[in-house]
Design a protein around this ligand. Structure first.
Ligand SMILES: Cc1ncc(COP(=O)(O)O)c(C=O)c1O
Length: 401
């Protein structure tokens, strides 16, 4: 039966983690995996999340099924966290389903687009998170890339992006990162979000927003200002939410897919398709992580302490960015590192040659995925010197003009 299956190459990101684990070097550094790390290099469960979990377990009397749409309190509260007061205004037009993490949301959203518009093309940023194309493309939808990142400025190639979007046919879908663009770290500013909203509106394009890092860029509100602008202005929007990073719920697989439709009737129809798609793939989502997030968001005290913890996480990432830029500039005065501080979230793209990535791993024991993305949260005070020394050694010399 399975004799025709050949062994696949390792996943580009998970493969780096596996290679890192197998390396016996005591000073090895993992800059690959996309998880937050604290000053000791641990990925903690926020105290407020732990407390919500404790209360949940203390009061849980049954583990009976939750239903394909999952935890309805969670669905409402997580969308309210993303959309703010707008979520109330859009309630009738919004269909939400709890999903198996943000990945599950991205995949179910793609399945629904395929069910409704099988010829629609999904446009993803160039570059984008390594799992976007496999996740969304596995639905059978066609994928294309739009220009997004300019390696020369290490910022958004904004004019090229808008020019490109302005030539797309009506009804096509544009996948956008709400904040903390993965892998580049380069985000749109508020004026640029407004221009994106203009072009989507003008060309009748459908935004599909991936929100995996709310709170990791600046704060829980600022990070979703662009998303909210799109939700307020456009008739239809898909939103894939992940609770992995900001709630630290990674392995619990908590997320949601919210679709804002043109009408309440359309939203009711979408909800039935969401439920059927889930039922046919895995029936129902796991309860635990979403139940924890619902508890936390429904309790003013827990919510407040969680927000403070998210604030501390983002402050640490910004401080690491500042320190790393300073350390690199001291070692490589020929290069500009101000972009490291301008970038948002955990990731920045270093622009390393493949040979440099191999040298980092084999000579320096510093692990970076094949696209040269680094997770700044993988840097700590203990490994800062090794990281800065090794990166300074492998970063290319600027080319003479
Ligand atoms: C850009 C982006 N979207 C979505 C996700 C989904 O994460 P999860 O399925 O763990 O919730 C991730 C996780 O790394 C991500 O980086």
């Amino acid at each position: 039966m399975f004799g025709n299956l050949e062994t696949l190459p390792p996943d580009p990101i998970l493969g780096v983690t596996a290679a890192f684990r197998a390396d016996p070097d005591p000073g090895k550094v993992d800059l690959g995996v996309g998880v937050y790390r604290d000053i000791e290099g641990n990925t903690p469960v926020p105290a407020a999340v732990r407390e919500a979990e404790r209360r949940l377990l203390a009061g849980q009397s049954s583990k009976t099924y939750v239903g394909p749409a999952g935890n309805l309190d969670f669905n409402e509260r997580i969308v309210a966290l993303a959309l703010g007061p707008l979520s109330g205004q859009l309630r009738e037009r919004t269909a939400t389903i709890q999903t198996v993490g943000g990945c599950g949301a991205l995949r179910i959203g793609a399945e629904l687009i395929r069910a409704s518009a099988p010829g629609a093309v999904i446009h993803v940023s160039d570059p984008t998170w390594a799992n976007h194309e496999p996740l969304v493309g596995s639905s059978g939808l066609a994928l294309q890339r739009y220009p997004y990142y300019d390696p020369a400025t290490r910022g958004v190639a904004f004019e090229r992006m808008i020019d490109h979007l302005d030539r797309l046919p009506a009804g096509e879908v544009v996948l956008l990162h709400a904040c903390c663009h993965n892998p580049t770290g380069a985000d749109l500013d508020p004026q640029q979000w407004a221009a994106v909203a203009d072009v989507l509106e003008r060309r009748k394009l459908v935004p599909y927003v991936d929100l995996a890092y709310q709170g990791f860029g600046d704060d829980l509100e600022t990070d979703v200002a662009g998303l909210r602008m799109l939700a307020a202005r456009l008739p239809t929007l898909l939103l894939a939410i992940s609770c992995s990073k900001n709630f630290g719920l990674y392995r619990e697989r908590a997320g949601a897919l919210a679709i804002v439709a043109e009408s309440a009737a359309a939203a009711r129809a979408i909800a039935t398709h969401q439920a059927r798609t889930a039922r046919r793939m895995y029936s129902m989502p796991p309860d635990h992580g979403a139940a924890i997030a619902a508890r936390l968001l429904g309790d003013a005290g827990l919510r407040q302490s969680w927000q403070e913890e998210v604030t501390a996480m983002v402050a640490r990432m910004k401080e690491l960015r500042r320190l790393l830029a300073e350390q690199l500039a001291a070692r490589r005065p020929d290069l500009d590192f101000s972009w490291l501080v301008r970038h948002r979230g955990m990731f920045s793209l270093l622009g390393l040659e493949p040979a440099a990535i191999v040298a980092l791993r084999e000579v320096e024991h510093v692990y970076v995925p094949p696209d040269g993305r680094i997770n700044v949260a993988g840097v700590s005070h203990a490994n800062m010197d090794r990281v800065a020394d090794s990166l300074a050694r492998v970063l290319a010399r600027p080319r003479p003009d």
